[in-house]
Design a protein around this ligand. Structure first.
Ligand code: DUC
Ligand code: ZN
Ligand code: ZN
Length: 484
C-alpha cells in the first residue's frame, strides 16, 4: 500500500475547471495522487473536513528588498516578505531584479539572488526590470537571461531613473517577441506627471492627497493606449500592470476587440482603496502617505469598473504589487521628512498577505466572482503567464503540492484585519479594521505546512528559486511583414 508524506482528506478542491471532493496524497513535495477515499498511509494526515482547498497563490508582482534611489528601504526582505506571503496563502512569488542604469542586468540578477538566498521561505522566480535598454541589453543580455529562466521583464513609462522612451520600449518588445518572453508595462505618462506635479507644488499643494491629482486617469489612459499601440506594431503580447480604473480598462477592452493579445493585471488597492484614503489627516499630515502608490487609488465608481473587469474576464491576473515602506522611522514613507511634499514620498503599499483573503471574502463570498475565476486570477493565470504552469498554479497529479485550506466565516463571525496579526515587517496595513469572511487556515508549500493552526513554520532559505519556461514560442519573422 502506498505511503505518502502527507494526505489531505475530504478536500473540497477548486481549480479553474473543476470542483469536487477528494483526498490529496503528497510525496516528495509533489501531488502524487488525488482520489476519493485514497488508500494508503501517511506520515501526516490532515482532515480538511469539506473545506475549500485552492491552489497555492502565485503573486506575479511584488517587491522585496529592492534597491531604491531616494535613501528609502523596503520594509520587507525575502525572509519577511515570503513569510507574509505564506501566511496569506501565497506559495510562489515573483519579485523584480532591478537593473541600475549603466550596469548590466546580470549584475542585478546576481545581486538579487544574494538577497534571496538563505532567506526565502516559499518558492520564487524573478522578473527583470529593464531600466537601460541598450543594444547590448536587448540583443545579448536579455536573450541569454531568457535562456536561463528569466522570461519576463517589467518596463516603466514613468519614474526618472527607470523610464524608457518609446524607441527603447519597441526594442524591448522586439526582443520579447523574438525570444518568447513576456513584457509587463507600467503605463503612466511621465511628462504629464512632471508638469502636473510642478503646477501643484508651485501652488503650494504638497500634501499626500495631491499625489492622486498629479496622476489623474488620463495620464494612465494615454500611456496604456500607447503601450498597446507599440505592442500591436511589434505584434507581441504585453501585460499592463496595476490597472487602476475605468479609462485604462476601456483601452484594454478596445484592444481585445481588435484581437490584440493584451493582458491586464489589477491589485486589491484598486478594489478597496480610494483617493480619499490619501486625504485622511488624523492629526498627522503624513497619514495619507500610507496609501500612496502609483497609479493612485481612484474612486468608488472606478472600483466598480475593476470588479466588473474581474467578473467579465477582462483581467488576466490579480497581484499584490506589495511594495512596503514603514510609516515610522527614517527610511520609509518619511524618508524626506515629516512634511515632505507628495512627490518625495516612496510609492507603494504592503499587501502580499491580504491579497487572497480580500479576494476570497469580497470577491467569491460576496458573490462578485466565482471560485473558478478566483483560482484563475490568483494562481493559474500568473503561473501560465510567467512560464511556471503546471508545476505551479493548479492542483494536479505531478504538480507541486502547493495548497490553501480555507477557513470561511458566517456573517457576524468575520475576522478583522489588524496589522499585528500579519507577518510582514511593515508597521501598518492599509486594510486595518476591514472585516473579512475568509482566511487561510493552512498553507501547504511543496508538501510542507508553512502556515497551520495560526503558526508559521518554514526555515529561511527553504524556498526554491524557479527558473521560468518561455511563456510562448519564440517568433522568427519580421513584425514588419504585417504592415507591408
Ligand atoms: N508603484 C510601482 O510602480 N511600483 C511599486 C509601488 C508602486 O506604487
Ligand atoms: Zn509599476
Ligand atoms: Zn510594482
Amino acid at each position: 500500500m502506498a505511503h505518502y508524506d502527507l494526505i489531505v482528506r475530504n478536500a473540497d478542491i477548486a481549480t479553474v475547471g473543476d470542483r469536487y471532493r477528494a483526498d490529496i496524497g503528497v510525496k516528495g513535495g509533489r501531488i502524487s495522487a488525488i482520489a476519493q477515499d485514497l488508500e494508503g498511509s501517511a506520515t501526516r494526515e490532515l482532515d480538511a473536513a469539506g473545506r475549500l482547498v485552492t491552489p497555492g497563490g502565485v503573486d506575479g508582482h511584488c517587491h522585496f528588498d529592492q534597491p531604491t534611489s531616494d535613501g528609502s528601504k523596503f520594509a520587507d526582505d525575502f525572509e519577511t516578505g515570503t513569510r507574509s506571503a505564506a501566511c496569506g496563502g501565497t506559495t510562489t512569488v515573483l519579485p523584480f531584479a532591478l537593473q541600475q542604469r549603466g550596469h548590466s542586468i546580470q549584475a542585478a540578477v546576481d545581486d538579487y539572488h544574494r538577497r534571496a538566498e538563505g532567506k526565502a521561505c516559499v518558492d520564487y522566480a524573478f522578473h527583470l526590470i529593464v531600466a537601460d535598454a541598450t543594444k547590448d541589453v536587448t540583443q545579448r543580455e536579455l536573450p541569454q537571461l531568457i535562456e536561463k529562466g528569466y522570461t519576463s521583464f517589467k518596463i516603466y513609462m514613468t519614474y526618472d531613473d527607470l523610464k524608457l522612451g518609446d524607441r527603447q520600449i519597441i526594442e524591448v518588445l522586439a526582443t520579447a517577441r523574438r525570444h518568447g518572453a513576456m513584457t509587463m508595462i507600467h503605463a503612466e505618462n511621465s511628462d504629464c506627471i512632471a508638469w502636473l506635479t510642478e503646477q501643484l507644488l508651485d501652488a503650494g499643494l504638497t500634501a499626500p492627497r495631491y499625489h492622486a491629482a498629479s496622476r489623474p486617469m488620463a495620464v494612465e489612459r494615454e500611456a496604456t493606449h500607447r503601450a498597446i499601440a507599440l505592442a500591436e506594431l511589434i505584434d507581441t503580447p504585453i501585460l499592463i500592470v496595476h490597472v487602476s480604473g475605468r479609462e485604462a480598462v476601456e483601452q484594454i477592452h478596445w484592444a481585445r476587440g481588435r484581437g490584440l493579445p493584451i493582458h491586464a493585471e489589477t491589485c486589491p488597492q484598486y478594489l478597496f482603496l480610494s483617493a480619499e484614503d490619501l486625504g485622511i489627516d488624523e492629526n498627522d499630515p503624513m497619514h495619507g502617505a500610507r496609501c500612496i502608490c502609483s497609479p493612485p487609488p481612484r474612486d468608488k465608481a472606478n472600483q466598480q469598473f475593476i470588479w466588473n473587469g474581474l467578473s467579465s474576464g477582462l483581467f488576466t491576473i490579480v497581484s499584490s504589487d506589495h511594495a512596503p515602506f514603514n510609516m515610522n522611522g527614517p527610511d520609509g514613507k518619511r524618508v524626506a521628512g515629516d512634511d515632505a511634499s507628495f512627490d518625495r514620498i516612496p510609492n507603494g503599499i504592503p499587501g502580499v498577505e491580504t491579497r487572497l483573503p480580500l479576494l476570497m471574502s469580497e470577491g467569491v463570498m460576496a458573490g462578485r466572482i466565482d471560485i473558478h475565476r478566483f483560482v484563475e486570477l490568483t494562481a493559474t493565470n500568473p503561473a501560465r503567464l510567467y512560464g511556471l504552469y503546471p508545476r505551479k498554479g493548479t492542483i494536479a497529479v505531478g504538480g507541486d503540492a502547493d495548497l490553501v485550506i480555507w477557513d470561511q466565516f458566517a456573517p457576524g463571525e468575520e475576522i478583522t484585519i489588524r496589522n499585528d496579526m500579519l507577518h510582514h515587517a511593515a508597521d501598518y496595513t492599509p486594510y486595518e479594521g476591514m472585516k473579512l469572511r475568509a482566511w487561510p487556515a493552512t498553507t501547504v508549500s511543496r508538501g510542507r505546512l508553512v502556515w497551520h493552526d495560526g503558526r508559521f513554520d518554514a526555515a529561511p532559505g527553504s524556498g526554491l528559486f524557479l527558473p521560468c519556461l518561455r511563456p510562448r514560442a519564440p517568433r522568427d519573422g519580421n513584425p514588419l511583414e504585417k504592415w507591408l
